[in-house]
Design a protein around this ligand. Structure first.
Ligand SMILES: C[S@@+](CC[C@H](N)C(=O)[O-])C[C@H]1O[C@@H](n2cnc3c(N)ncnc32)[C@H](O)[C@@H]1O
Length: 259
């Protein structure tokens, strides 16, 4: 059967459907071509920031392609630079997810407990009030508004321990850039403890390897403890200088209380 006879044999409704699908694809391609992607996503800038941009942008693309349900969330936003990579991913891959941005807007909290042994706490780099980049939620919103409309972005200002209990959306991708054990544990306690992370969801830790890859410190410690508390089954890979991303295939939210 040649193409013409095939077309004649195809019902008109199917042809209309195919034409509409073709038009949607062309419009999506045009929208992507016009999108002003951040320079790091376009492969410019320092290798370290390119690696971060790549990991975050593609995690959002993966969630969309693999139909992992839920929003995109960032915990630790400082300059808004990594929030832009996530926002660009949502816009580019067309998933339509909401972007939730969590930060104290007061910098780091006072370190305590195991965090007192972190080399960067000892050196003062991660001291209370340090890493205070954007001082208002409005300035963070401005950073991402070229990618996402206002209604798609929610900024949660305050300490995680105060803002997280009121958050209950399913999460497909979470970027944890809050460095400390306590802050990371607090986020994992909510995402895993309350069952918010969707199956196949991604957890990206910006500082997983930052403390000399010591399992008893920082984000490594927090994830190791949470993995044990919630029987997490996950596959991980390193990115950039200190980051590691995990795709979590399963876990048990109703496990014993964590934190
Ligand atoms: C390294 S900076 C984040 C960098 C950011 N992703 C960027 O692109 O610039 C760490 C951020 O985590 C925030 N943070 C750390 N612990 C927190 C907590 N317990 N509650 C709220 N914010 C916290 C700090 O305010 C700071 O903005």
């Amino acid at each position: 059967m040649n193409l013409l006879s095939k077309l004649k044999a195809t019902p008109a409704a199917t042809l209309r459907q195919l034409a509409a699908e073709g038009l949607r694809c062309r419009l999506a391609a045009a929208r992507r071509a016009l999108l002003p992607l951040p320079r790091e996503v376009r492969g410019r800038g320092s290798p370290e920031w390119r690696a971060r941009a790549d990991a975050l942008f593609n995690a959002v693309g993966y969630a969309q392609a693999a139909d992992v349900r839920g929003c995109v969330a960032e915990f630790g936003c400082f300059s808004g630079r990594t929030a832009r990579f996530l926002a660009a991913g949502v816009a580019y891959f067309g998933g339509g997810q909401r972007l939730h941005l969590f930060d104290s807007f007061l910098g780091f909290p006072q370190a305590s407990g195991p965090d007192l042994d972190l080399p960067f706490v000892k050196s003062g780099l991660w001291g209370a009030g340090r890493a205070m980049g954007l001082q208002t939620p409005a300035s963070l919103r401005r950073k991402v508004r070229r990618f996402l409309p206002r209604g798609k972005v929610e900024v949660h200002a305050g300490w995680f321990k105060d803002t997280l209990p009121g958050f209950s959306e399913p999460v497909a991708v979470a970027h944890l850039d809050c460095d400390l054990w306590e802050s990371t544990a607090c986020v994992l306690g909510r995402l895993l403890g309350a069952g918010l992370l969707s199956p196949g969801g991604v957890l990206l830790f910006d500082d997983y390897n930052a403390s000399r890859c010591d399992d008893s410190l920082g984000q490594r410690r927090a994830f190791r403890e949470a993995a044990c508390a919630y029987s997490v089954d996950a596959d991980g890979r390193d990115y950039g200088v200190g980051g590691r991303a995990f795709v979590v295939s399963s876990y048990e939210p109703a496990g014993r209380a964590y934190l």
